[in-house]
Design a protein around this ligand. Structure first.
Ligand SMILES: [Zn+2]
Length: 49
């Protein structure tokens, strides 16, 4: 089973899941599925691992 983490969008506060292996602690911008905002995970107000 793939490991995931939850991230909260800094723009719309929507929470969504990302693949941990592919995205966590990487310099890749995350794309919010609700408002289409791209942001660095450091900008997220909440990350649940
Ligand atoms: Zn958003």
């Amino acid at each position: 089973m793939a490991r995931i983490f939850n991230v909260v969008c800094p723009h719309c506060k929507g929470k969504f899941q990302c693949d941990y292996q592919d995205l966590r602690h990487k310099k890749i911008k995350l794309l919010c599925p609700y408002c289409q905002t791209e942001f660095d995970q450091e900008e997220s107000p909440l990350i649940e691992e």
